[in-house]
Design a protein around this ligand. Sequence first.
Ligand SMILES: Cc1cc2nc3c(=O)[nH]c(=O)nc-3n(C[C@H](O)[C@H](O)[C@H](O)COP(=O)(O)OP(=O)(O)OC[C@H]3O[C@@H](n4cnc5c(N)ncnc54)[C@H](O)[C@@H]3O)c2cc1C
Ligand code: SF4
Length: 489
Amino acid sequence: MADPKGFLKHTREVAGRRPVEERVGDWDEVYPGGIGRALLPIINVQASRCMDCGIPFCHSGCPLGNIIPEWNDLVWRDDWDGAIERLHATNNFPEFTGRLCPAPCETACVLGINQPAVTIKNIEVSIIDRAYESGFVRPQPPEWLTGKTVAVIGSGPAGLAAAQQLTRAGHTVAVYERADQPGGLLRYGIPEFKMEKKHVERRLDQMRREGTVFRSGVEVGTGKLTGDALKDRFDAVVLAIGSTVARDLPVPGRELGGIHQAMEFLPQANRVALGETVEGQIRADGKHVVIIGGGDTGADCLGTSIRQGAASITQLEIMPQPTEDRPNGQPWPTYPMIYRVSSAHEEGGERVYSVSTKEFLGDEDGNVRALRLVEVSFEDGRLVEHEGTEREIPADLVLFAMGFLGPEQGGLVEQLGLELDERGNIKRDDSYATNVEGVFVAGDAGRGQSLIVWAIAEGRAAAAGVDTFLTGSTQLPAPIPPTARPLVV
Ligand SMILES: Cc1cc2nc3c(=O)[nH]c(=O)nc-3n(C[C@H](O)[C@H](O)[C@H](O)COP(=O)(O)OP(=O)(O)OC[C@H]3O[C@@H](n4cnc5c(N)ncnc54)[C@H](O)[C@@H]3O)c2cc1C
Ligand code: SF4
């Protein structure tokens, strides 16, 4: 185990971010020189705080089942090669989760009962960044091919994890992506300041060298590659098409100009941040921006609007402000709903809780100029508006970040005749198989809007289901059945 007295000698320390005034002037990650580098001076000591618990709750808090105490120990001993081997055994893409995961492992950490938890996420990203720097992340092509072919539709974290596992198992895998480049929300949803796209590129390069083939700019279900063509051409199909139908707000004034979904705004901003030109880009410069939705997508809109030079930014949330400590009903080791401050929230903007939008008000040109809201509370689960609290706030760019309702239901889903569950997601059994033979589903398309760590876990598990379907057995690990929810949101 790591230093037996480490947790008594050292307090929790995390990587310091760049000063706000510096980082809002560029799109780079908010850590100086990248988070892995920023952590180097402190990370061995932080790893030494791990108690190597008899029952490591961190492990069950992680949807991937990451073997956290083992790599904490290896980092403390300076065995970085051993640490990346152990980390890659359960997680194909620690550079994504180490930057972007809300770290349910940390809220489940035993040390967190009466002290600040071990900095598991920081240790994870240090291991993978160092592994890349020392050339330890190499392609692992299969030794022999099975002759079986698999199409993976969608190249977000679920599709990429499934594709990498299946390629390494010897199947011939083609990943189809309708966007012009692979990566899913990792590329076009998540802003550069949270994760620079070079990390996606580096992993795609490894996958190509292993033999995975990528076909971008192909929307499966339109054109020649229909559901039937897919089934004819491939021995198995993995659908990893995400949860892309965004929740709308059909109140009066919705049709006004200047009101957009977050996923109309963010992909354009990401492209421009990477040097592309987007004709008619939706921009926040000089505008009063109102973001409806208090979650992570809203925070991404906030950080992006700040960098584009918004005049003011207000983020509205219908729920009350969470408490800073765990609420009574969400004790350790569950993942609690507490007040969290993302890097974007440190940078500016105002957060307003317990409000609902009644109406958008327009100017003579048909563009939004203000938003009328009302204070609300929930009584017996019912939303109650507080009389006399209605007010207008200026708004000339409104961004919806209210979550996603499920995968698109026409096109491919209809062509394949896939059954949906009661929430509108693609139904699957414990091996991630849909009702159509040979067709599997992984990630947000089956689970509903979720997290990168779940998408990777599901991609790995679906790959094990596919491998069994194709060959009768599998050596691939299957972290988790679709119904499991280990200690997590
Ligand atoms: C703005 C934003 C920020 C987020 N930030 C975080 C975060 O910080 N941390 C975190 O853990 N989670 C975050 N999430 C959630 C996380 O990104 C998702 O849970 C995760 O990406 C889901 O992975 P996926 O592979 O299932 O789907 P996606 O990443 O959505 O990928 C699906 C892909 O399928 C493609 N596709 C769909 N239909 C077709 C078709 N017919 N043919 C070809 N291709 C198709 C799409 O173009 C897309 O590229 C965020 C989500 C958003 C929207
Ligand atoms: S629960 Fe925390 S202290 Fe215990 S093994 Fe996991 S990381 Fe270490």
